[in-house]
Write a protein that binds this ligand. Sequence first.
Ligand code: HEC
Ligand code: HEC
Length: 360
Amino acid sequence: MKKLFHPVTITLFVVTFIFLLPSILPSKAVKILTDEALRQRAISTNMLPTPKTYNELLKVVDNPQNLMTAKKIALGKELFNEKLMSKDKDIACASCHLLDKGGDDNLPTAIGFHGRANPFHLNSPTVLNAALAKAEFWNARAKDVEEQAGGPIQASFEMNMKPHEVVERLNAVSAYVSKFQEVFGATISFENVRKAIGAYERILLTHGAYDEFLEGDNSALSAKAKRGMTLFMTKGCKGCHTGMSVGGQSVQYFPLRRYLSDYMGMIFEPDLRIKESPFPFPNEGGFLGKDERLKFRVPILRNISRTAPYFHNGAVKELKEVVRIMSKYQLGNEFTPKQIDEVVAFLKTLDGEIVEYEIK
Ligand code: HEC
Ligand code: HEC
């Protein structure tokens, strides 16, 4: 009896109790919000529907350094699909960013010039709604779509061209010479190629069920998707995946949290294999994000159900598994299978059709 109340026994008991506390206590109940309250949660933090008219669009996406015009956009569209801008004349932007496939290629990693894979095994993100992001690329190294467009044309594993080669190729096509003259009042330059493509990307916004709900249509989302949206809005996902594009607004650490079990040799939950990968999936490609500090531009979640596989190196195929990883490592609150299903149902409502703006 005396032994039972020994300070060491008591300390052990207390420590064990504190450790078990989270599993004993019922997890915090999920808020139930009215449709209007749920909508306000989004709108009040700038998670707005995409514009439906061209005038509204201009207010949201136009670039003062590269004003949009109908002719510039049309030229940009042509260039986006132009294989002449790749060394072997076989790859265009549209080869990796298929607009009818969610704006990406659905491959784990991009394949470019001579079948070369991206050296960091990077996954092609969608171009849809990318103009709404505050920075482009997985490590946010381009400030906007105009700057971004110069990257893939020159990358040896993508289109593999020097700027002067691009200009020479396009100069050989008389229609391009006159179109650049008309749009920019100048001869063809690499800078104007980037600007035309950027202007085109700025009209590639999508609109779907989620937007209709934000615009006031309560019937646009199922009850399940609304429960998922509630989790998304109240549990912390929107802290990072926010803005009109539901992502793309900031750079954040991933994974944000680590677990003792991850370090202890995967005894309970073999998610992170610290020695091989800092991520809860294989570190294929070895990319470590911005400044190699495990910082990533938060991905855009619009059309996410159509852009598998996921994460910067395309290591995860299932959206369900992505949501589980996000809830555990970014929120520190692993969702139940039911909650994961609900969030996936919500994420599917972020799919949309490219808006056919009446360009003036
Ligand atoms: C070989 C496939 C391939 C080609 C060709 C290609 N891209 Fe990409 N694109 C990618 C990959 C991979 C990334 C991510 C690279 C990174 O983050 O370093 C990317 C990133 C982007 C992004 C950033 C999106 C975001 O949310 O950060 C945009 C915009 C984009 N590409 C547009 C273009 C344009 C415009 C062209 C043509 C000039 C083009 N791409 C050509 C594969 C490709
Ligand atoms: C602290 C910021 C943060 C929070 C909170 C967060 N995420 Fe993420 N999310 C990220 C980052 C950064 C990535 C990219 C990681 C990578 O690819 O290496 C990402 C990736 C994703 C992806 C994959 C995107 C793609 O194109 O491959 C999905 C889907 C996603 N998050 C959904 C969610 C959901 C759902 C929640 C809430 C449960 C959530 N996120 C919470 C920062 C966050």
